[in-house]
Design a protein around this ligand. Sequence first.
Ligand SMILES: Cc1cc2nc3c(=O)[nH]c(=O)nc-3n(C[C@H](O)[C@H](O)[C@H](O)COP(=O)(O)OP(=O)(O)OC[C@H]3O[C@@H](n4cnc5c(N)ncnc54)[C@H](O)[C@@H]3O)c2cc1C
Length: 507
Amino acid sequence: MAKSYDVVVIGAGNGGLVAGLTAALNGLKVLVVEQHNLPGGAASSFVRGRFEFEPAIHEMSRVGTKEEPGQLRSMMDALGINIDWVRVPEAYHLVVKSEGIDEEMPFGVKEFIEKMEYYHPGSAGKMQEFIALCIESLKAFGYLQGVRDKYDRAYLEENFPNFLQVATLTIDEVFEAVGLPEDVRINLSTYWSYLGLSTDKEDFMLFCPMLMGYLTNGAYVPPMRSHEVSAKMEKRIVDAGGEIWFNTLVEKIIMEDGHVAGVVTNRGEVRAKEVIANCSPHVVFGSMLDPKYVPEDEIRLANARHYDFSVSIVYLGLNKSMEELGIKDYTVFFQDYVDNAKAFDSLKKRDNNHNVVSTCLNAAVQGASPEGTCMIALTIGALEDSWSDIEPEDYVKVKNQFALQAIETFEDATGCKIQDAIEEFEMATPVTLSRYMYTPQGNIYGYLMYGWDGILSRGLTIEEDNNRVPGLKFAGAHGYMGMGFSSSYFSGNLIANMSIEAIKEGK
Ligand SMILES: Cc1cc2nc3c(=O)[nH]c(=O)nc-3n(C[C@H](O)[C@H](O)[C@H](O)COP(=O)(O)OP(=O)(O)OC[C@H]3O[C@@H](n4cnc5c(N)ncnc54)[C@H](O)[C@@H]3O)c2cc1C
């Protein structure tokens, strides 16, 4: 007879692990099903030779210090996941070689404004105005997250009048409204690639919490790679009485009397009151659910949405130290163009895609690799199936050429020659990520968050979006908060609480 659970979670990615853990800690009978042999999805680690690589994380937001914890540290502490988070040294370093731009920005609101003033004299006043707007918007966002669609318009008007003016604007429209100088806008836009969309299309309300999160709380990494967080969550789920089935693929969702009743895996059928999908809705509605149960609205949504971008990553284990190679920074954003809309479009092709983000873990985590060595990861965005045209026999050649292009971009922009120091080389492309994360086009960020599908609208329709198929909810990068580690963790927690409530109420 099929085993029976309160909650079955599809996928042990960031959102899935937090969802499973939250439900298990609340006494529910939980099963997390993961097609791989490891928890965490992108949050993992791998070893080549004497190097242990971080496959994904550049930096996590909203961690904060022990004394002044951010939302993520507080949530992890409450879940019993204790990590000795390590702070990343700087906010970002932007290099646009063609324009002679080379600007390095610190964390801390005051420090950030001062450094902007240093690079762009006369900008401090406008920056203060902009940050004040961000602070007000963030407070309003916090209020809306608490009340969701039950907000009081008069309260918003009284307390957050400026927020109401900018809530539906793009990042560029807000830059324009505040009157930020062009050179400041270029600097401030650096994080666009963390958001998925360029600043002419992306919601200000996605950018604002991220920027302010980094500036006020700094950015952190788990010292033992992101696998540390996943492994601790896996153990805690099991200790709390939950189960995780690895090497198991969920193939179908079972419906009975118009409500979710379980899943079919390649190891057999499992019964469940609630199913939390920590995976792509396109896959869920396209292949897991009998078409007669797929709601019209989900078909419309699927047709209107675009997959967010994927990435290629070149992992290098170098047989020289950072100092010997002249590497100074943890993160550098290399861009071909100051116009990030043009940079966004250039991700649709492999040729001449020089939009590289480099990270050197050793700059944050002491002893991350053996003495006299260091590790670099070069990440390059990819959009719209730009890796699907390669014949299998050409794949290795194309991959190697692309890696060389990224390495040369790094060497050219920094002057640090690293090719002769390469001891270990590994590379993942959108093809790899599609296979390992089971996402269409290998996307790592869910869906592009255009205004109509932005964080505010998703927040306001969260109940509706997670109730179209009774008993089926979505967590992770495809969920209501969108992409990234922190957002995926938060959505896992919130969605699990919605499932707990639904089970209590017998819905
Ligand atoms: C190279 C790289 C760098 C990144 N850098 C950052 C960064 O610096 N900061 C940041 O915030 N974010 C970053 N991200 C993005 C971040 O990793 C993702 O947004 C986040 O991990 C998404 O988490 P998720 O919960 O949606 O699950 P995912 O990590 O996508 O995991 C989903 C899991 O579900 C499993 N699964 C899917 N379908 C099924 C099925 N049918 N049956 C069983 N299992 C299934 C998959 O195997 C996978 O393990 C980066 C990602 C990559 C790849």
